[in-house]
Each structure stands twice: as structure tokens, then as C-alpha cells.
Design a protein around this ligand. Structure first.
Ligand code: SF4
Length: 314
């Protein structure tokens, strides 16, 4: 049995930044740090932070006044921010800069009353945060998840100004076809030159396409609520490889790897490399050769954290 590791895989720059913000805040403030929603969608990461004293809440109203709150990497709506200000919370914003970019664009469209379409998954916190940048008083933001939804769209008659944006962690292939269909129906629609899908999502999906040519089973390490991990598992299945999405090595069933020669492994953007290491160690115990990494794009993107959260380096 040979183990082949997708490249790139695992933590992206936005996730690394969010975790660093919380870890440094714990050291600097030496107080309870509240995080609105899961900081990133990975159970292992969340449990590690919980063990360090971080408290995760879904509602700002559950946080005592004057406390410290971190907004998760997925971002929040304007209303959530207003609630935090009203409670006089100290806000540390761990929203991924690539999500903030989409927020700014949606806010601009809203200020100009340009009717807007967001392509994304209903109920996902990033989508809630992005929709929450738009003021529906004079304009409207619509959410669509598939080509099918385009036919249900009720765009104002004679409207010649329409824009679209996308969630950052979608399937590159599916989103492309949704945008094509949107442009066909609304030739005057404007949007980002490329969809808003981030570099990390795109690179991890491309790495699977490459890996799928060689492997007969694919493990995607990533939590069930991780959008980009779900998209990786979806892609593996679409390509036709036997694909299993796992939280950790403990989910692996021996019958899955029976008679398999090449085992591919990837990890979603919120899954730490430690989990990959645990899986490869387990497979080696089951008789696999040491893992090999396939060639891939080297990611050099790094996002700074706010100055006041930087710790001195000795
Ligand atoms: Fe940012 Fe993309 Fe990572 Fe999400 S997956 S945190 S958008 S870099």
C-alpha cells in the first residue's frame, strides 16, 4: 500500500490567522475569550481552544457586557457587529481577509442600490455574514445555490443593474456553470473577474483532480460542517474515486483499505496537519509504506494579524 498526500492540503492563510488571533489574545488579555460561532470548522481545533479556556457562543447576547469577542474566520453580519458594539465588547476580528473583501463589495453594491445575487449555501455562517452586509430597504440581495434557483429569481422588471458575488469555499466547477447560466439570463450582470472562490479552495480542489489519476481511494480529512472539506469529498466522488470524509484516523474502517494499492489523502483548509500525520501513522501500522507527497503549487500567501495582537519575537 502506498500513501500519496495531496499538495497543497490543510490549513490556509485565513485559518492560520484566525487561530493565531485567538491564541495571542489568550496570552495578552489573560481573560476569557468568547468566539462568535466556531472559529474555523474543525472539531479538533475547536476542542484544543476550548481546553485553553475559549468559550464559543452562537449569540452575541450570550456574552457578558465588556467582554472580549472574536468574530470567526467566516465573518459576521453588520447587525452582529452592532450588537457587539452595543454590549461594549472588545472586538477582535478574525474574519478571513478574503471574506472581508466580498463583504466590502456587497456593501458597495448595497450603497448603490444595485440588486445583488449571492451564490452560496443557505445557512452557512459566511453566507449569513455576507448577506448581512446588504441593506434591503432600497435594493435586494438574493441567494442562489444552483442553476435551478436562477429560474425562481424575481428580479425587478426593467432592472439593468445587477451584480453577483460568491461564497469563498464553493466547488469551482459548479460555480462556473452557475455563473455562465446567470450571464446567459442576465447579460448585463456584473461581478468579480473571477468568482470569489479563494485560492486555498481552488488549489485543494485542483490537487485532488491530480491525485485522483493515481489513487484508488481518497480520504478527505475535515469536519462535516466544513464547506471546503465537503466540496473536496464531493469532487472525489464526482471524479469516481472511492472517497471517505473523516474527522480523524479513528473513523477509518479496515474494509475500506482492503486490496487498495494507492491511498490518497487530503485535508480541508481548516484541518491541521497533525490529523494527516495521525492517519498516515495508522495506515503504516496497517502495512502501508511511508507517505509520499505529490508535486503541487507552493502557497506563499500569509495574512497579517492586527498589530496590537502581535507578540514580541525573541
Ligand atoms: Fe480564507 Fe479561503 Fe481559508 Fe476561507 S478557505 S479562511 S476564504 S483562505
Amino acid at each position: 500500500m502506498d500513501i500519496l498526500l495531496a499538495n497543497p492540503r490543510g490549513f490556509c492563510a485565513g485559518v492560520k490567522r484566525a487561530i493565531l488571533i485567538v491564541e495571542n489574545a489568550l496570552k495578552i488579555y489573560k481573560k476569557t475569550i468568547y468566539v462568535k460561532h466556531e472559529l474555523v470548522h474543525n472539531q479538533y481545533v475547536i476542542n484544543q481552544l476550548r481546553n485553553k479556556g475559549v468559550v464559543f457562543v452562537e449569540k452575541i447576547l450570550d456574552i457578558p457586557n465588556n467582554s472580549i469577542v472574536v468574530f470567526s474566520a467566516h465573518g459576521v453580519s453588520k447587525k452582529t457587529k452592532e450588537q457587539a458594539i452595543k454590549k461594549q465588547l472588545i472586538i477582535l476580528n478574525a474574519t478571513c481577509p478574503l471574506v472581508s473583501k466580498v463583504h466590502k463589495e456587497v456593501l458597495q453594491a448595497s450603497k448603490k442600490n444595485i440588486e445583488t445575487i449571492l451564490i452560496g449555501h443557505k445557512g452557512h455562517p459566511e453566507v449569513i455574514g455576507t448577506i448581512g452586509q446588504y441593506d434591503n430597504t432600497n435594493g435586494k440581495i438574493h441567494l442562489i445555490e444552483s442553476i435551478k434557483d436562477i429560474n425562481q429569481l424575481q428580479i425587478k422588471k426593467n432592472n439593468k443593474k445587477l451584480s453577483f458575488f460568491t461564497q469563498t469555499t464553493l466547488s469551482v466547477k459548479h460555480t462556473k456553470s452557475i455563473i455562465e447560466a446567470l450571464k446567459k439570463k442576465f447579460p448585463y450582470i456584473s461581478g468579480p473577474k473571477k468568482e470569489d472562490i479563494c485560492y486555498a479552495t481552488t488549489n485543494r480542489q485542483n490537487a485532488i483532480i491530480k491525485l485522483s489519476k493515481i489513487t484508488d481511494i481518497l480520504f478527505v480529512i475535515g469536519s462535516r460542517n466544513s464547506s471546503n472539506s465537503n466540496r473536496l469529498a464531493e469532487l472525489g466522488k464526482e471524479i469516481g474515486i472511492f472517497t471517505k470524509q473523516i474527522e480523524s484516523f479513528m473513523d477509518i474502517k479496515t474494509e475500506w483499505i482492503k486490496n487498495k494499492k494507492y491511498i490518497g489523502i487530503t485535508a480541508g483548509a481548516s484541518a491541521p496537519e497533525f490529523l494527516v500525520h495521525q492517519v498516515t501513522k495508522y495506515l503504516q501500522k496497517m502495512g502501508a509504506n511511508p507517505p509520499k507527497e505529490i508535486l503541487g503549487i507552493e502557497e506563499k500567501i500569509n495574512f497579517n494579524i492586527p498589530k496590537h495582537l502581535k507578540l514580541p519575537s525573541y
